[in-house]
Design a protein. Structure first.
Length: 196
């Protein structure tokens, strides 16, 4: 890494060549705090730490972008957008923590039987402000649903088998990690910014 790259890194920024050869900067941790996952904690603390890390990573990938940029598709023929990913993760948080773990009878937010990918289908009325507020609310509700439960608590889903909280945490970490990879590529395509 050259002198300029090291200086940018040390300033809390990660720089890379943007489209057309210009430098793009993604400021790490401007308003989103991303906790470092614990390195020597017990299993539950580690699982929750990694899940919070990945939740914050998605927020960082979206940070500093306006509504129009959050709606920009990755690359044809895909219509995947950062805003769609945020909405999708709100649905996933709701599904696994509220519907499965807490056995709450809550309806989907954006998808339906008629439109099973509804969270990805954006309308003019859909705003990033609303999507982020709902996503944050679902994260808070997820934490409430998990609090006081053992990692070994078994939840049965009729016709789908049994799950425990450990599996749900691991699945959520996998889901965020996969989509954060998508978010990284989408963000780079939007403004050239890359980084953790």
């Amino acid at each position: 890494m050259g002198r300029a790259g090291a200086a940018a890194r040390d300033a809390g920024r990660i720089t890379r060549g943007g489209p057309g050869g210009g430098a793009a900067i993604m400021t790490a941790m401007t308003t989103t705090e991303r906790p470092d996952p614990p390195r020597t904690a017990d299993e539950r603390t580690s699982l929750e730490g990694w899940l919070d890390f990945h939740r914050a990573t998605l927020a960082l990938k979206c940070e500093g972008l306006d509504d129009k940029q959050l709606r920009e598709a990755s690359a044809p023929p895909s219509g995947l957008t950062l805003l769609g990913l945020v909405r999708h993760m709100a649905e996933v948080e709701r599904s696994w923590f509220r519907r499965v773990l807490a056995q709450q009878d809550v309806a989907p937010i954006w998808y339906s039987e008629e439109d099973p990918d509804g969270e990805f289908h954006l309308t003019e009325e859909d705003t990033s402000e609303t999507a982020f507020a709902i996503w944050r609310e679902e994260i808070a509700k997820a934490k409430e649903a998990a609090a006081g439960r053992s990692l070994d608590d078994v939840i049965s889903r009729p016709g789908r088998g049994d799950y425990n909280l450990r599996w749900i945490y691991l699945h959520m970490i996998e889901e965020y990690a996969r989509h954060n990879g998508h978010a990284d590529l989408i963000r780079e395509r939007i403004d050239g910014a890359t980084g953790d």
